[in-house]
Design a protein around this ligand. Structure first.
Ligand code: K1U
Ligand code: ZN
Length: 178
């Protein structure tokens, strides 16, 4: 497993539409392992492959609540999930707002309203097809991550003024960190 760099705005790779995966094999599982390690280290609750520069339709997630001070990678507190070629096959009409963040837009948080419930179809870590209902944070997070697969960021759901301010702030932050 390897820790990978998370790319941030305004990197143009984040605008790409990611390509479907043809086969869930060991090389794809190695990518998913790297993504998970990178997500835990950030720390975050989700990550799309394009955020480490790989334009393929793969998402990892772990929504397990960790007690304060617990290492996100500590055994017993890990609940990793993998989504390959995810599709939303149904979404509710009602929307819920959630204060979202994004590892590719660090230190920016804002409210986005998305369908409260969705039904998903995807391939899991073993390449088996799964259908599953999502609500709460799971529904919010999977929609946020699936937006990444289309080259869309949560700040694209905000006004142009807020979006431009966010990019300027992240540019300053990453310049100072370099
Ligand atoms: O960059 C990403 O796509 C990951 C993002 C996922 C997400 C968060 C909130 C709403 C929708 C999608 C994050 O993980 S941001 C960091 C974060 O939420 C978090 C970090 C540590 C502990 C708990 C949450
Ligand atoms: Zn994100």
């Amino acid at each position: 497993m390897a820790l990978r760099e998370i790319i941030t705005v305004p990197n143009p790779l984040l605008k790409l539409v990611s390509k479907p995966v043809e086969t869930v094999d060991d090389s794809l599982r190695a990518l998913m392992d790297d993504m998970l390690e990178t997500m835990y280290a950030a720390p975050g609750i989700g990550l799309a492959a394009i955020q480490i520069g790989e334009p393929v339709r793969v998402i990892v997630m772990d929504l397990q609540e960790k007690p304060e001070g617990v290492d996100p990678e500590a055994e017993g507190f890990k609940a990793p999930r993998y989504f390959v070629n995810p599709e939303i096959i149904w979404k509710s009409e009602d929307l819920v707002p959630y204060e979202e963040g994004c590892l590719s837009v660090p230190e920016i948080y804002d409210e986005v309203a998305r369908p409260a419930k969705v039904r998903l179809r995807y391939l899991n870590y073993q390449g088996e097809q799964v259908e599953e209902d999502a609500d709460g944070l799971f529904a919010t997070c999977i929609q946020h991550e699936m937006d990444h697969l289309e080259g869309v960021l949560f700040i694209d759901h905000l006004s142009k003024l807020k979006r431009d301010r966010a990019v300027t702030k992240v540019k300053k932050l990453t310049r100072n960190a370099a």
